[in-house]
Design a protein around this ligand. Structure first.
Ligand SMILES: Nc1ncnc2c1ncn2[C@@H]1O[C@H](COP(=O)(O)OP(=O)(O)OP(=O)(O)O)[C@@H](O)[C@H]1O
Length: 653
C-alpha cells in the first residue's frame, strides 16, 4: 500500500514552489512516490504550467479499438463500477477505468463534476499516462504497479490541482496488469475511505476475471481462516490436471509467496503439502466441503477444491476408485444426498438390519444394492436379485420359496431350492417389492421372521441366512397406510430406509457423466461438448440414470474413431426433441422455446425460480458453474441482479 498524499500543506507548498522553478524538492519533503513521479515527469520534458497536447486524446475509432482490446476487463469491471458509482453518488466524483496504456475507456460520474473533469480531459479517450499528464493517480499507479492516491498539489500539472484521485492497477489471472480503476473528485471532497474502496473493488474485478478465465479448471480456494473462503480476501489458484499452477489471484500469490512469473511453472505440490491426486479425489468426492491443511512451516490453510467442467467432463484424469474394496465410494460423485445415503448405509454394513431403497425408477436402486453387497462382508457370497414386478403372480411363490419335486404341473422333476435359498450367506435383493401380491407378502413376512423357508408342495423347513435389501419406486409407507401393502411387512423391511434422489435433483451431473463415460469407454478420454453438457445438465431426465446411461452409450457408439468430444450430432433424435420441447411447454401454441438454446434458457429460468432466485443454488442444481449461469442469463432481456459488493461468493458460506 502506498498513500502518497500524507504531507502537511506547508511542506507541499514549498515542494511545489521548487517544482515550478524547475527543481526537485529535497528528500523527505513530500511522499517518495510523488517525488519520484515528479522527477519522471520533468525528465519526460513536461512543465507544470504547460497543458498536455491535444493529440493525447484518441479519436473515436481508436477509442473503440482500445475498448475492444479490453472488452473482457470492461465487462467484469462494469458491474463493480456501477456499484461504486451508486456508493459515491452525490459526492461529485467520477469512477474511471483506464487500460494498461493509461487511456480512459469508461467513466461514470455525477454530471456536474463530469463537466469539470472533462475540461481537464478526464474522460474516455484521453491518456492519463504519466508521460502525458505527469504525476496523477492513474498514470503513477501504472508506473509503480501499486495502488496510489494523489491529492491536490501533488498532481504535476497546475490545472489538475483541484483533483483528488485514488487508483489501483487491475491484474489479469496471469498477473499482467490489464488496466487501472480510479475514483477522482474535487480536492475539497476528499474522503479517507475512497482509497480502500478502490483497492477492494479492484480485488473484486480481479477475482471475477480469474473465475471467468479459469471457469473450467480445477480451482482451489483457500485462506488461513475457514471463514475467509468465499470473501474478497480468499486465495484462488487454478491447476492443470498435472498440478501446474496455471492461474493465481493476488491473494494466492501473497499466501504462496510466489510472483506472477511462477504461474505456468510452479507445481502446487511444491507450494502446499498436497498431492494432486488428493486434490482431484477431494474435488470429486466432496466438492464444496472445506479441508484443513497444516503447512510444514507451522501455518494453516482452510481449503476448498472445485472441479470445473473441463476437468470433470474429461474423465481420464480422474483417479479410478478401488472398485473391489469400496464399491459404495464409487457411487459418490459429489451429490450431497447420495453422499449422505452412502454415509448412512455404511453404518449398517455387516449388521442384520434390512435396507429399504426408495426412489423413482432408474435412479440406481439396484446399482446401490449391488455396491452395498460388494462392499460388505458378504461380498464373496451370492447376490440374488428378484424383480417382483416382472414375475407372473402364480410363479413368484415358487420362484422365491422353491418347491418339492412334482409340486405342480410344469415344475422341474428334481424340484427347486428357490431364490431365497440361493441367496444363502449373501444378499437377497427384492426389487419392486411394492408390486408383490398381498397373499405373498404374508408368506415373505413369515420367512423374514422365522429365517426359514418351507418349499411349495411340502418338505422340511430350511434355515436361511441372508442380508435383505428391498426396493420400490412406490412410496411404501403411503401404500401401507392406504392398505395396499402390509403394514407389518413394511415395518419388517424398514430397518433403514434410504430415498435415492432423482437425476434432476442431483448436484453432481458433470462428475456423474464423466464417471459413466469412463466406465463405458475406460481410458478413452471422452468428454461432452460444453454446450451439450449444459443442455443435458438442465434436462428433466424422467428415466433418471438409466436414461442418461442409455444416451451416453448411444453417443459413444456413434463416435468416429479417435473422436473424443460428444456433440449434438451424437445424441439420439428423441432426446434432441425432448430438449427442444421440454414437457409442459406447448410449442404449437407458439409460446414455447423454438430452439435448443431457448429450451435450455427455459429450463434455467425454471430452475432459478425453483431455487428462489438463488443463482448459486440454481447453478448447483443445474450442474453448471455460476459463471456459466451468469453468462447465459446476461443475454436475457431481464438481466440477473447486479453483483453484490460483499463477499464474492456469499452462498458458499
Ligand atoms: N451410480 C451409477 N453410475 C452409473 N450408472 C448408473 C448408476 N446408477 C444407475 N446407473 C444406470 O442406471 C441403470 C438403472 O439402474 P438401476 O436398475 O439400479 O435403477 P433402479 O432405480 O433400480 O430402477 P428400477 O427399480 O426402476 O428398475 C443402470 O443399469 C445403470 O446403467
Amino acid at each position: 500500500m502506498n498513500i502518497a498524499s500524507t504531507q502537511p500543506g506547508t511542506a507541499l507548498r514549498r515542494a511545489r514552489h521548487l517544482l515550478e522553478g524547475g527543481s526537485l524538492p529535497p528528500a523527505g519533503l513530500i511522499a517518495p512516490t510523488v517525488a519520484h513521479s515528479w522527477e519522471r515527469s520533468l525528465r519526460a520534458g513536461l512543465l507544470p504550467f504547460s497543458p498536455p497536447a491535444v493529440a493525447d486524446h484518441l479519436a473515436a475509432r481508436h477509442l473503440a479499438q482500445a475498448v475492444e482490446r479490453r472488452r473482457e476487463l470492461l465487462m467484469r469491471a462494469r458491474p463493480v463500477m456501477d456499484y461504486l458509482h451508486a456508493q459515491t453518488k452525490g459526492s461529485d466524483s467520477v469512477v474511471i477505468l483506464a487500460d494498461d496504456n493509461g487511456v480512459l475507456i469508461e467513466a461514470l460520474g455525477d454530471a456536474a463534476f463530469v463537466e469539470r473533469a472533462e475540461r481537464v480531459a478526464l474522460k474516455p479517450g484521453a491518456s492519463w499516462h504519466e508521460r502525458h499528464r505527469g504525476t496523477n493517480a492513474i498514470g503513477t499507479a501504472l508506473v509503480e504497479a501499486q495502488p496510489v492516491a494523489v491529492h491536490g498539489g501533488e498532481h504535476f500539472f497546475e490545472h489538475n490541482r483541484f483533483l483528488t484521485c485514488a487508483a489501483a492497477p487491475i491484474a489479469g489471472p496471469d498477473g499482467r496488469v490489464l488496466g487501472v480503476l480510479d475514483i477522482s473528485g474535487p480536492q475539497r471532497g476528499r474522503h479517507p475511505h475512497t482509497f480502500g474502496l478502490v483497492r477492494a473493488a479492484t480485488h473484486m474485478i480481479e477475482n471475477k476475471l480469474f473465475e471467468a478465465r479459469h471457469e473450467g479448471e480445477y480451482r482451489i480456494r483457500f485462506h488461513p481462516q475457514a471463514d475467509g473462503i468465499g470473501t474478497l480476501a480468499e486465495g484462488m489458484v487454478a491447476l492443470s490436471e498435472e498440478g501446474l499452477v496455471i492461474g493465481a489471484n493476488r491473494a494466492a500469490l501473497a499466501f504462496l509467496a510466489i510472483t506472477p512469473s511462477d504461474i505456468g511453472k510452479a507445481l502446487i505440490e511444491a507450494l502446499l503439502p498436497l498431492r494432486m491426486a488428493d486434490i482431484l479425489d477431494h474435488g470429486h468426492r466432496h466438492p464444496g466441503t472445506t479441508l484443513g491443511l497444516a503447512c510444514p512451516g507451522g501455518g494453516r490453510f482452510s481449503l476448498r477444491v472445485e472441479p470445473g467442467w473441463r476437468a470433470v467432463v474429461r474423465p481420464a484424469a480422474m483417479p479410478a476408485p478401488d472398485r473391489v474394496q469400496d464399491a459404495l465410494a464409487d457411487l459418490d460423485t459429489g451429490d450431497p444426498t447420495m453422499a449422505g445415503a452412502i454415509e448412512r448405509v455404511r453404518k449398517i454394513l455387516g449388521k442384520p438390519i434390512p435396507l429399504l431403497l426408495q426412489g423413482e425408477s432408474g435412479v440406481g436402486k439396484e446399482v446401490f444394492a449391488t455396491a452395498l453387497h460388494a462392499t460388505g462382508p458378504r461380498r464373496g457370497r451370492p447376490f440374488v436379485a428378484v424383480n417382483c414386478a416382472a414375475l407372473p403372480e402364480h410363479l413368484i411363490e415358487a420362484e422365491l420359496f422353491g418347491y418339492a419335486p412334482g409340486a405342480f404341473t410344469g415344475a422341474r422333476r428334481e424340484g427347486s431350492a428357490g431364490r431365497i435359498r440361493e441367496a444363502e450367506g449373501g444378499t437377497l435383493f427384492l426389487d419392486e417389492i411394492g408390486d408383490m401380491p398381498l397373499a405373498l407378502q404374508c408368506r415373505l413376512l413369515r420367512v423374514l421372521q422365522d429365517r426359514q423357508v418351507v418349499p411349495l408342495g411340502g418338505g422340511k423347513a430350511v434355515s436361511v441366512d441372508f442380508a435383505l435389501i428391498a426396493a420400490s419406486h412406490r412410496p411404501l409407507k403411503a401404500e401401507a397406510e392406504a392398505g395396499r401393502f402390509r403394514a407389518d411387512l413394511y415395518y419388517r423391511l424398514n430397518g433403514l430406509t434410504l430415498c435415492l434422489p432423482p437425476l434432476r435433483a442431483r448436484r453432481d451431473f458433470a462428475a456423474l457423466v464423466a464417471r459413466m463415460i469412463e466406465t463405458m469407454e475406460p481410458g478413452a478420454g471422452i468428454g461432452l461438448d460444453p454446450d451439450v453438457a449444459d443442455a443435458l445438465a438442465g434436462h428433466g431426465w424422467p428415466g433418471n440414470l438409466r436414461q442418461l446411461a442409455n444416451v451416453l452409450r448411444f453417443a459413444c457408439a456413434l463416435r468416429d474413431p479417435g473422436e473424443i468430444r460428444l456433440g449434438w450430432h451424437h445424441l439420439p433424435e428423441d432426446l434432441i426433441e425432448e430438449l427442444r420441447c421440454p414437457s409442459g411447454v406447448d410449442t404449437d401454441a407458439g409460446a414455447g422455446p423454438a430452439t435448443l438454446r431457448a429450451a435450455s434458457d427455459s429450463l434455467i429460468e425454471r430452475m432459478v425460480a425453483a431455487s428462489g432466485g438463488n443463482l448459486s443454488e440454481a447453478a448447483r442444481r443445474l450442474g453448471i458453474s455460476r459463471n456459466t449461469l451468469y453468462r447465459r442469463m446476461n443475454g436475457w432481456a431481464k438481466p440477473p441482479a447486479p453483483l453484490p459488493m460483499g463477499p464474492a461468493r456469499p452462498c458458499m458460506k
